[in-house]
Design a protein around this ligand. Structure first.
Ligand SMILES: *[C@@H]1O[C@H](CO)[C@@H](O)[C@H](O)[C@H]1NC(C)=O
Ligand SMILES: *[C@@H]1O[C@H](CO)[C@@H](O)[C@H](O)[C@H]1NC(C)=O
Ligand SMILES: *[C@@H]1O[C@H](CO)[C@@H](O)[C@H](O)[C@H]1NC(C)=O
Ligand SMILES: *[C@@H]1O[C@H](CO)[C@@H](O)[C@H](O)[C@H]1NC(C)=O
Ligand SMILES: *[C@@H]1O[C@H](CO)[C@@H](O)[C@H](O)[C@H]1NC(C)=O
Ligand SMILES: *[C@@H]1O[C@H](CO)[C@@H](O)[C@H](O)[C@H]1NC(C)=O
Ligand SMILES: *[C@@H]1O[C@H](CO)[C@@H](O)[C@H](O)[C@H]1NC(C)=O
Length: 917
């Protein structure tokens, strides 16, 4: 945004320069330019090569981006050269505008540029000075009024000499990156000496060392100040708000800057104020009502609390109002209905309460309403039908109930309605929307009835989410024929029945899981050739899989058919070059062999064919899939030994492995364990932990861990588990398992394992669940297991273990049932003591008392508490359940939408400034 503003301001500047040069040089035909100045300019030209590699967005605001210096030729009048302005009387070069001129090079101390002593304007913006520093000789232009070095890749310290430019009316050192630094001493001098300064733009200039008290001396001539992302720290003197001519102040993105509005004796001509992502301490004071002229007010993420003061209604010139991501509570004051020119209204992510007011319909100029993530109640007022210019209505995550009034039908500019996560009810078929709609999300409400044919009238729709409602009835095949631009369709978690509707061929994401669809998968689904995500899981689909399904879309990334009644064999047709990342057939009745063409799925990360009837030997050839992370073969008829792994097995990224409930036999696969690099070492520091997901699809698997099966609704990329239980493995547990440093779950139960529990298991320092039950293990429980401080579940029952149970740490938390059926064990918690007088240490964690644990969360969840996003994921012990999804974790369409860039409007101060030439 700032860039556009600044470039626009440049545009005005050049326009004036141009007019001036027309005035000054038009009538004369005699060359004006003196030899020495002409020479100096030509010499200056020599410093540069001309290259447009660096893409400055000069076009963005209509500035031409071309090598102006090309017109600079020896023997011609330098006053006629592009970018050069001369004094009409004396012929002195007084203005140089080389902005957006492809300059690539540096300006050394002895540059001939500094031989132009009459310069009053100098503009070198939007070039590439290759991270050189700003020469101190810029301070020698004693007559300079306007200096613009913005967006030109200067770096280093801004020289003190800049503060000698006491005639300066505008100074712009902004840049895209923070390579320039202003030191405390320079700022102090600058502020003292540049008493005529009206515009000061220092976007992204690092000023972390300055003392904010130096701003006490800011020139009262200032009309515009830009200080966003300057690393300003401390408390800003309110003097800056009192500057008598200040129309525009931008302090955005200084997260350690604290400020407050003046409380008394304040009047201000401010038009534009952006303080987003700075710290305001406390409640908004009455005095905010003093900003009589304010048109654009952005105060997002400032830690405001308390209620929105009624005085805001006095700011009747407001066009943009952004109070998002604060902690405002209470109701919206009705005085806001006075803001009759308001266009952009953003209250997202606060805790505003009360019914959505009817007077919202009085804000007739409003174009965008962002009220998502608050606590609005009541119904949607039908007065919204007055908002003829409304384009965006965001009300997600509130408590709005009732039916959706038919106030949207005639709002022909409306392109997006987001009403997800409310309590809306009513028959979906009754709602009317304008056909201008492109985004409609109504998911997670209580809408019922069938999906009406009329939905096909919304011909501009590209995004439709009505998941998690109570919609029933069948979905008409033909319904979507007219919706040619529809890309995303989510019907998940409703009560839809009938056959699987085939989406339009434009479709990218099609999610209709968790319904009651039946019948076969029509082979016409293979006509949807652009599809990326196909999720038809958790239905009652039956029949066989159309063979084309392995190879119908070049862009298919996710295919999820889990939990249906599909039988027959898996498709054989996975083609070379496919982009599949997730393939899930879990919970069907597929039989036969695993298709070898799966080796063509080079991007496959998740392969889940658990709970079928596949009868095959272990698919060693899957090791050719370089990014496979999740392999689930659970509950099939896989058989044979696992001893054919190469010494250097290459399942190197595999980290969730479930081979349980099959008929594998032989000894445990030592070489396989050795190859599991992703579990041995993890590159991911906690800061990089994320979920496996693809667009709106979340990878999920069912894992058995901690004694129960869990739906892992989202898979954290640091989650690791190996489950080889319920097979016929025999022999000893290999010591090498101890090398799997980052293993969190290990289940070898229900096999025929013999020998001792290897003490190397004590090296699995993040292990949370260990199940070795129902084997023939003997010997003592190694003491080393007490170093497993994350262990929440231990099951060693039904073995032939003996001797004392280790004591201390997590071992204080396990109950009798961890050890049942081992007649030779003694010590706490068993009643049989070992003959030595030992008193068990008190348990450090009493799992029985903790409901969170009982519902399956890891004990660390209790310690870390709740948060959102990542922290939440980690805190919840990597589990996300179907129930009680926290709001903040869901795909935040609205929240992710970038704030509309505010282009300066005609009313803006920048537009009306004039330079005294
Ligand atoms: C302040 O400006 C004057 C010219 O008006 C100049 O002589 C002086 O050196 C400047 N002071 C500083 C500290 O730059
Ligand atoms: C707001 O406007 C009302 C009525 O116009 C006026 O009485 C009040 O003083 C104003 N408040 C402020 C803080 O300017
Ligand atoms: C909204 O507009 C209506 C009709 O113009 C008017 O009667 C009503 O008082 C206004 N409401 C508020 C709160 O300003
Ligand atoms: C709606 O927008 C149009 C065009 O942008 C404008 O001419 C009209 O005045 C606006 N209507 C209202 C009520 O603001
Ligand atoms: C939301 O508002 C309702 C009623 O106005 C209140 O009972 C509830 O506690 C509020 N919720 C939050 C999170 O503030
Ligand atoms: C929409 O406009 C039409 C014609 O202008 C009118 O007949 C109809 O009642 C309006 N519908 C709503 C819901 O306002
Ligand atoms: C769909 O739901 C509505 C309302 O809940 C109910 O009246 C109707 O019988 C249902 N239809 C079917 C086919 O289940």
């Amino acid at each position: 945004m700032m860039r556009s503003l600044i470039l626009l301001s440049q545009l005005f500047f050049y326009l004036l320069l141009f007019l001036y040069s027309q005035l000054t040089s038009s009538s004369s035909s005699v060359p004006l330019c003196s030899q020495d100045q002409s020479f100096a300019l030509l010499q200056f030209k020599q410093l540069f090569s001309f290259s447009n590699d660096v893409s400055f967005n000069c076009d963005e605001v209509g500035l031409h981006y071309y090598p102006k210096m090309e017109s600079w030729k020896e023997g011609t009048d330098c006053c006629s050269w592009d970018g050069v302005t001369c004094d009409r009387m004396k012929g002195d070069v007084i203005g140089l505008d080389l902005s957006c001129s492809w300059l690539c090079g540096t300006i050394p101390f002895n540059s001939s540029l500094f031989l132009l002593p009459h310069l009053q304007w100098l503009n070198l913006a939007s070039n590439n000075f290759n991270y050189s520093s700003i020469s101190s000789r810029f301070g020698q232009f004693a007559r300079l009024k306007h200096l613009d070095l913005s967006h030109s890749m200067f770096s280093g310290k801004v020289p003190l000499e800049i503060s000698q430019l006491s005639q300066l009316a505008s100074l712009d050192l902004s840049d895209y990156n923070s390579y320039l630094k202003l030191e405390a001493s320079v700022v102090k001098r600058l502020v003292q000496n540049l008493t005529k300064l009206r515009e000061l733009h220092l976007e992204n200039v690092e000023m972390s060392s300055i003392s904010l008290s130096s701003f006490m001396n800011l020139s009262s001539a200032l009309t515009s100040i830009t200080l966003n992302n300057c690393l300003l720290r401390g408390k800003l003197p309110d003097h800056i708000f009192r500057l008598p001519n200040l129309r525009e102040l931008i302090l955005t993105d200084n997260p350690e800057l604290t400020w407050s509005f003046p409380m008394v004796n304040w009047s201000t001509p401010l038009r534009y104020l952006d303080v987003s992502r700075t710290i305001y301490s406390g409640v908004l004071p009455k005095s905010i009502g003093k900003m009589k002229f304010i048109q654009h007010l952005f105060m997002s993420e400032c830690k405001f609390n308390g209620s929105i003061p009624a005085w805001l209604g006095n700011l009747t010139q407001l066009i943009d109002l952004d109070l998002s991501i604060n902690n405002f509570s209470g109701e919206m004051p009705s005085s806001i209905s006075n803001l009759f020119v308001l266009s952009y209204f953003d209250l997202r992510s606060n805790n505003i309460q009360g019914a959505l007011p009817i007077w919202l319909g009085n804000l007739t100029r409003v174009t965008e309403i962002f009220f998502g993530t608050n606590n609005f109640t009541g119904q949607i007022p039908s007065s919204l039908s007055n908002l003829k210019n409304l384009t965006f209505l965001g009300l997600r995550y509130n408590n709005i109930g009732g039916r959706i009034p038919n106030c949207f039908a005639n709002l022909t500019k409306l392109t997006a309605i987001h009403l997800s996560y409310n309590q809306l009810t009513g028959q979906f078929a009754e709602f009317q929307f304008s056909d201008s709609l492109e985004f409609l999300s109504l998911d997670n409400n209580r809408l019922y009835g069938s999906i009406p044919k009329s939905i096909s009238n919304l011909v501009n729709l590209s995004f439709l989410d009505i998941s998690s409602n109570d919609l029933n009835g069948t979905v008409d095949f033909n319904m979507f024929k007219k919706l040619k631009t529809l890309l995303y369709l989510n019907f998940r978690a409703n009560l839809l029945h009938g056959v699987l509707p085939v989406p339009p061929s434009s479709m990218r994401n099609f999610l209709i899981s968790n319904n009651r669809l039946s019948g076969e998968i029509p082979s016409s689904i293979c006509n949807v050739t652009s599809i990326e995500i196909l999720d038809i899981s958790y239905n009652s689909l039956s029949g066989t899989i159309p063979s084309c399904l392995g190879n119908f879309s070049n862009s298919l990334v996710v295919m999820d058919l889990r939990r249906n009644n599909i039988y027959g064999t898996m498709p054989e047709t996975f083609a070379e070059g496919n982009t599949l990342r997730t393939l899930v057939f879990n919970g069907n009745q597929l039989e036969g062999l695993l298709p070898k063409s799966l080796v063509n799925c080079k991007y496959l990360e998740v392969l889940d064919i658990g709970n079928n009837k596949i009868n095959d030997s272990f698919p060693y050839w899957l090791e050719d899939l370089p990014v496979l992370q999740v392999l689930i073969l659970r509950s099939n008829k896989f058989n044979g030994q696992l001893d054919n792994f190469k010494t250097k097995s290459s399942f190197s990224l595999l980290r969730i492995i479930d081979l349980s409930h099959n008929e594998f036999s032989g000894s445990l696969p030592t070489n396989f364990f050795k190859g599991l690099k992703a579990i041995k070492t993890t590159k991911e520091s906690e800061g990089e932990v994320k979920y496996m997901e693809q667009g709106y699809y979340q990878d999920s698997v069912i894992v058995a861990m901690k004694g129960q099966s869990f739906v892992l609704e989202r898979i954290l990329t640091i989650f690791t588990t190996i489950d080889l239980s319920s097979n016929k493995f025999h022999g000893k547990i290999p010591e090498v398992i101890g090398m799997l440093n980052f293993l969190r779950g290990l289940n070898l139960s229900h096999n025929r394992l013999i020998g001792h529990i290897p003490s190397s298991l004590g090296l699995l320092s993040v292990l949370e669940s260990l199940d070795l039950s129902s084997n023939r293990l003997n010997g003592e429980i190694p003491m080393q297991l007490t170093s497993l401080t994350f262990l929440a579940v231990l099951n060693l029952s039904q073995n032939q273990l003996m001797g004392p149970i280790p004591q201390g740490k997590q071992f204080g938390t396990f109950q009798n049932n961890s050890y049942g059926g081992n007649l030779g064990l003694c010590g706490f918690p068993l009643s049989k003591n070992c003959g030595i007088d030992e008193r068990p240490p008190p348990p450090i964690f009493q799992e029985d008392n903790n409901p969170m644990f009982m519902s399956g969360f890891g004990w660390e969840a209790v310690l870390l508490g709740y948060g959102c996003g990542l922290v939440f994921g980690i805190a919840m012990g990597y589990f996300m359940f179907k129930i009680g999804k926290p709001q903040c974790l869901l795909g935040l369409i609205e929240e992710n939408r970038p704030r509309k860039l505010k282009m300066p409007s005609n009313q803006r101060s920048r537009g009306s400034r004039n330079y005294s030439i």
